[in-house]
Design a protein around this ligand. Structure first.
Ligand code: S3P
Length: 166
């Protein structure tokens, strides 16, 4: 089985994915980390040196490659992966089970304000209120895609082990 975790930046996809893979004894891949290794550049460098469009093309390419190569896998996507050309369809065609890790705007804002510098889409934001406004609008656009996941898991006020065991 291929289990694919999606959700906004800061929703815990990588942390939860790692734990889930461990408990299922499945291989784990974090799509962002995989792209960084393949391209020999950090996500931040990819955006600044090659641009977002280049990153999105690579993201789609490596997503399809990983889905084809693995029978069993836990895969954590980047926050934008399900929202770009054909990626949701690829997930459906490859028979994966997708899980949307849903977090509230407040929780995402608190987490991302501390970690924003590594994330090119929000690195420019200087104030917390501004970040919250950005997330609210962005999440509104992206929820259309995330809500097409097979399973929606609310993650607020839950420990990682609770989320994994459910
Ligand atoms: C992005 C999310 C990031 C990374 C890139 C773009 C997005 O991944 O893929 O910075 O479009 O939301 P995380 O969700 O792991 O931060």
């Amino acid at each position: 089985m291929k289990i694919v975790l999606m959700g906004y930046m800061g929703s815990g996809k990588s942390t939860i994915g790692k734990q889930l893979a461990q408990s299922l004894k499945y291989p784990f891949v974090d799509l962002d980390e995989y792209i960084e290794v393949q391209e020999q550049l950090s996500i931040k460098e990819l955006f600044s040196q090659k641009g977002e469009l280049y990153f999105r093309k690579k993201e789609s390419f490596f997503l399809q490659k990983l889905l084809k190569e693995h029978q069993n896998l836990v895969l954590s996507l980047g926050g934008g992966t399900p929202c770009f050309a054909g990626n949701l369809e690829a997930l459906q065609q490859q028979g994966s089970v997708s899980v949307y890790l849903k977090s509230s705007i407040k929780v995402l804002t608190d987490r991302l304000f501390k970690e924003k510098d590594q994330r090119p889409l929000i690195a420019h934001v200087t104030e917390k209120g501004q970040l919250e406004d950005f997330i609210r609008k962005h999440l509104f656009e992206r929820a259309f895609y995330y809500n097409q996941a097979n399973i929606i898991a609310n993650t607020d006020n839950k420990s990682i082990s609770e989320i994994v065991s459910n």
